[in-house]
Design a protein around this ligand. Sequence first.
Ligand SMILES: [Zn+2]
Length: 306
Amino acid sequence: MVRAKKKRLINLLTSSIVMMTFSTSLLASESKAQSASGDWFKVSYIADNTYMIKEPKSSQYNISYLIIGNQRALMLDTGSGENRSHCKQRISNIVNQLTDKPVTLLLTHFHFDHNASIDEFDHIAFADIEKIRERAVDDKTYIFAPKELAFGTYPEKAIVNEWLDLGKNIDLGNRVVKITQVKGHTDDSVLVVDEGNKIIFMGDTLYNGPLIVTGKHNYAPYIQTIKKMQADFNDTYYFYGAHGNKALGGMMRYSILSGTSDLLECAQKEACDYSEVISEQLGGNELTGTLFIKNELPLIYTEDLH
Ligand SMILES: [Zn+2]
C-alpha cells in the first residue's frame, strides 16, 4: 500500500513537472510572439512551434506561417510587401526573433501578395511542379511572370535552392510535413499538411474572406480539390488560410469545406443566394468580376486578375 501510494505521489509530481514545463514553454512562446509583433505585423502562437504572422493593415489581411522543427524551420509566404512603404518593420526580422533554426522559404503560390519580400530570405524552396520548373532557368533561377508582379517589376527573380517533392515527407527535425498540389485558385498552388499537429496550411485555396476564381475553367478543379479534402481530412483537423479578417482571424474548421463546395458549385452555375457585379482595387489593379455569396461565404469570379 505504502509503495503504491509512493508511486502515485511520484506520478503526480512527474505530471506536475511536465505540466509546469509545458506551461513555461507556452508562456515563453506566447511572449516571443508578442514581442515580435509591431506596428504592421501581429504574431500569434497557434500550436507547438508554430506561429501565425498577420498583416491586419494590409489591403487583404495577409497571413504567413512559420513552422519550426528541431533542425530547420519552414516559412510559408513572404507577406504582402505593403509594409515596405509604411514602416521599417521587415518580415525576416520577425522570423529571426521567433527562431534560431535555419529557415527555408516556401511560396504557397506565386501571386504578388505572397512573394514581395522574397529577397529577405536566402534559402528558397519551391514545390517540384512542372509548371514552376518551366519558369526556372537551369532549374535554378526562377523568373517571375508579369502576372505574379502586380506592384511593377519587383521581385524580378529568385534563386531556388531546393525543389520539394510532392507527397514526400519533409523532415524539419522531430516534425514532418508534406506538400500537396492543389488546383483551383492557381494551377501551381500547394497546401502543407502537418499530420502530427493536425494542421493544414491552405495558402489561398481556402481562407476567411472572398475566394478568387479566375476563369470558368478553374471551377471544376477547385471543386475537385475541396471534395478531395473533405474525403482526406475530418473535424479533428485545423485549417489555416493565407488571408483572414479581424473577426475570424486565419483559422477554419472542417465544416467550411462543405460550405465552400456548395459555394463553388452555385457560382459555377451562376445560381447563388446573392450575386453582384463588382469593380474594386486589388493590389493597385482594378478587379472587375462578380461577387457570389452562399450561406454567408463569399467568392469573387473574374475573367482575369490583371
Ligand atoms: Zn493571396
